[in-house]
Design a protein around this ligand. Structure first.
Ligand code: GLV
Ligand code: MG
Length: 304
């Protein structure tokens, strides 16, 4: 059996104070932001929304959750830190029409994640929502966050994904970002290991340079090679390249089918190892092949 996969190849940041992005548009009448092909939308109330516009953003996002059609996109709301009144009010305002996930910014400790999970649970109860419906995702974007990432990833069953925040991380650590991403390599690899050891997803930071197709493709490819499940986006024009980078290629799908056929396809055979194209294949290759096919199935279902 192939594992079930929630597609999170591309998560598009949508500023919460832009009602026009969240309003219905086009013949399908979905929110404009939902028509750009991203697997998920991050309705953003935190950084990028000016302090004077926080209230407008909160109301806009709460209204959109109540009324807008987001199609198949996973709807995630990035709140302000819950230790602030702004963040707490954000959570109170969005939970009556609970999103698929709440994204906590600047997470550094397990305590804040457990507090968020506890509060979300209370609010689900108060609003008569199914328990456990709203997941928690954590932005890891500081030195302390990177060091605590393994504990954060595993601290509560509601935690579904870690997201890297490269802008805050490099501002805090003082590292210099170069096109090859070498200054971020330890942090990003550590995040992948933390998420994988907890069995959750891990999403790379966005490519901040607009009109840089080459840099975007290189960054997405690198994230994919490191083991990320997807990459966030700051502009709809980035989505197609990101989706392509995190979707299995025809060659990979063909390889996966042949691995499964070779190791399990013969009548009565469940081979421990075999040789395919001159390469030894065994149980780990089967695991990888099944994951590729699950991703291919999810991708195909998404494009119907
Ligand atoms: C995102 O929040 C970042 O800091 O890069
Ligand atoms: Mg940030």
């Amino acid at each position: 059996m192939n594992p079930t996969i929630t597609l999170r190849r591309s998560l598009l940041y949508v500023p919460g104070d832009r009602p026009e992005m969240l309003a219905p548009a086009g013949p399908r009448g979905q929110a404009k932001a939902a028509q750009r092909g991203a697997d998920g939308l991050i309705l953003n109330l935190e950084d990028a929304v000016a302090p004077a516009r926080k209230e407008l953003a909160r109301q806009t996002v709460a209204r959109a959750l109540a009324t807008a059609d987001f199609g198949v996109a996973e709807v995630i709301v990035r709140v302000n830190p819950l230790a602030t009144d702004t963040g707490y009010l954000d959570l109170l305002s969005i939970m009556p029409n609970a999103p698929a996930a709440v994204l906590l910014p600047k997470v550094t400790t397990v305590e804040e994640v457990r507090f968020a999970a506890w509060t979300v649970e209370r609010l689900e109860g108060l609003h008569g929502l199914p328990a456990g419906r709203t997941k928690i995702m954590c932005m890891i974007e500081s030195a302390a966050g990177i060091l605590a990432a393994p504990e954060i990833a595993a601290c509560h069953p509601r935690v579904a994904a870690l997201l890297f925040g490269a802008a805050d991380f490099s501002a805090e650590t003082g590292c210099t970002r170069t096109p090859d991403g070498r200054a971020l390599l330890y942090a990003t690899s550590r995040l992948v290991l933390a998420a994988r050891s907890a069995g959750i997803d891990v999403i790379d930071a966005p490519h901040m340079k607009l009109d840089d197709a080459k840099g975007l493709a290189r960054g997405a490819q690198m994230a994919r090679e490191l083991g990320f499940d997807g990459k966030s986006a700051i502009h709809p024009a980035q989505i197609a390249a990101i989706n392509a980078a995190f979707s299995p290629s025809q060659e990979q799908i063909a390889w996966a089918r042949r691995v499964i056929e070779t190791l399990t396809g013969q009548p009565g055979a469940d081979l421990g190892a075999a040789v395919l194209d001159g390469q030894l294949i065994e149980a780990p290759h089967l695991t990888r092949a099944r994951r590729i096919l699950a991703l291919a199935e999810a991708t195909a279902a998404d494009s119907w």
